[in-house]
Write a protein that binds this ligand. Structure first.
Ligand SMILES: [Zn+2]
Length: 71
């Protein structure tokens, strides 16, 4: 899984993106550590096959993908 993220489009911060909880515990969102700018939220899949850790990893991946596609 890639941790590469594009620089923040607002403050130019590089490599300082965290994936944090969104509005509820099922949502994850990539957020700039510097200015707090956020990419669109992604919903964590919590049904079907997989463990909580796998769901979490997938949600993080998608949150970072959202970050990179917007930036
Ligand atoms: Zn920023």
């Amino acid at each position: 899984m890639s941790e590469d993220t594009k620089p923040c489009p607002f403050c130019g911060n590089v490599g300082g993106v965290s994936v944090v909880e969104g509005d509820t515990y099922r949502w994850r969102v990539a957020q700039c550590n510097e200015c707090g700018a956020r990419a669109p939220d992604v919903r964590m899949v919590t049904i079907g096959a997989g463990t909580k850790e796998e769901w979490e990893a997938k949600a993080k991946e998608r949150a970072l993908f959202e970050w990179n596609s917007r930036a």
